[in-house]
Design a protein around this ligand. Structure first.
Ligand code: KPL
Length: 297
């Protein structure tokens, strides 16, 4: 098997989790605006360890394959920054919540370069510098965003990794999966952030009407956008995720608790924007967004 150089842009919990998951034949480099050229060791609570390189985000060394694991709001600028270093046939996989950055990234890449979008339900938490905790085993799907492409060595490595990623060749199925995750995030993330609850905390009768209403609203927007979502099935899916991740805290809850930027604009803001375009009353979601934003201060 050939050696593969993989750059990970956004070395947060998910970025480090991916770095640890990749097969041994991958040489991993973590890129971040504050990093200097060097090496470091990363590890997790299951005993996995790996020596990785570190480089500044704008380092000119060539990039053949990259995973972008920044927050959704940073994806477009991170891709813009590494653009001059991308090989003519580079592969880039985006792994974030929400909608919007996929098109922004696709717009700035060249025709020979391959953009993939990944959706994962894996969970990881940052415990300290270079140290994470693997909080949930989930599934990972990756596929092309706009037009079908032949998967390259990065996808092969991800499928062989401990993430056991699954390749989805059809862009419309990838879009469908992004929407399903978007609806799940819309139902779970803002309520857990606002009420400071783990995901399973929403399973009580107190919160059920709120997440059911959010799921229904998000499904209405999806259907108006031509995504064939089945509402009862989606409600079941949301509840399944809450049960499967009952003790975990959502990414938005963690971001609000730590005073960090959230993915609310790409999850909730994007739903509001698209809902309005279809003349759907998005007021319930607008009110929730402002309460979440204010709860962080
Ligand atoms: O994706 C998630 C997130 O926290 O962002 C869910 C599915 C809600 C799991 O926590």
């Amino acid at each position: 098997m050939d050696e593969l150089q993989v750059d990970i842009i956004g070395p947060g919990a998910m970025g480090l989790h991916c770095a640890l998951a990749l097969p041994a034949r991958c040489q991993v480099t973590l890129r971040h605006p504050d990093y200097r050229e060097g090496t470091t060791e990363i590890s997790d609570d299951t005993g996995r360890r790996r020596q990785v390189r570190t480089r500044p985000l704008n380092d000119p060394s060539r990039i053949a394959a990259a995973l972008v694991t920044t927050k959704a709001g940073r994806v477009a600028s991170a891709v813009q920054t590494v653009l001059p270093a991308l090989d003519a046939e580079a592969e880039i996989l985006l792994l974030h919540n929400g909608l919007g950055p996929q098109d922004q990234a696709a717009d700035c890449m060249s025709p020979g370069q391959r953009l993939y979008v990944g959706i994962t339900t894996e969970g990881a938490l940052r415990e300290g510098p270079g140290v994470i905790r693997h909080t949930g085993r989930g599934s990972t799907l990756a596929g092309p965003w706009r037009t079908p492409v032949t998967p390259g060595p990065l996808i092969e490595a991800l499928c062989q990794s401990s993430l056991q990623a699954h390749w989805e060749p059809d862009p419309s199925q990838v879009r469908f999966a992004v929407w399903r995750k978007l609806i799940i995030n819309c139902a779970i993330n803002p309520l857990t952030a606002l009420h400071n609850l783990p995901n399973g905390g929403l399973l009580t009768d107190t919160y059920r009407p709120a997440w059911v209403a959010l799921t229904q609203l998000a499904c209405q927007v999806a259907r108006a956008e031509g995504i064939r979502i089945d509402v009862p099935e989606m409600l079941e899916q949301v509840e399944t995720v809450m049960r499967a991740t009952a003790r975990n805290y959502s990414s938005m809850q963690q971001d609000v608790q730590h005073g960090r930027e959230t993915e609310a604009p790409q999850i909730l803001g994007e739903l509001i924007r698209r809902g309005r375009q279809h003349s759907i009353d998005m007021q319930p979601l607008e009110e929730l967004v402002s309460r979440v934003v204010n709860s962080g201060h």
